[in-house]
Design a protein around this ligand. Structure first.
Ligand SMILES: [Zn+2]
Length: 115
């Protein structure tokens, strides 16, 4: 199925293809501060509907993950990076998807703080 998502002001809009089997709630420094609930998909399943140039990007530590956010309203709808095998993956913040019942999702805790 296709999900539509975006930031609060609409400058960032996108679609994601796939089925949400579970989402990850990670306790690392950025996930806990941003309140991410993450759904990991192969990057090609994410289609940006607004200009790439409108994405602001934050990186830290190894810089392997590009945490995108809206420079206008501050929402952080997704990040992109590569997994250990070098496969491009997108981490979708399901809080920024439309029409989703967050309470119905299977939330899996992840201890990213200990990595
Ligand atoms: Zn925005």
């Amino acid at each position: 199925m296709t999900f539509k998502g975006g930031c609060h002001c609409g400058r960032i809009g996108f679609e994601v293809e796939g089925d949400i089997e579970q989402v990850v709630e990670c306790n690392c420094s950025i996930c806990s501060k941003r309140g991410y609930l993450l759904w990991f998909v192969p990057q090609e399943q994410l289609r940006l509907a607004t200009p790439q140039a409108d994405l602001a990007t934050y990186t830290f530590n190894t810089g392997r993950v590009r945490h995108h956010f809206c420079p206008h309203c501050g929402c952080a709808p997704f990040g992109v990076g590569s997994d250990k095998k070098g496969v491009a993956r997108a981490a979708i913040n399901v809080r920024c998807l439309e029409g989703l019942d967050l309470s119905a999702l299977k939330v899996v805790p992840f201890d990213g703080r200990s990595l």
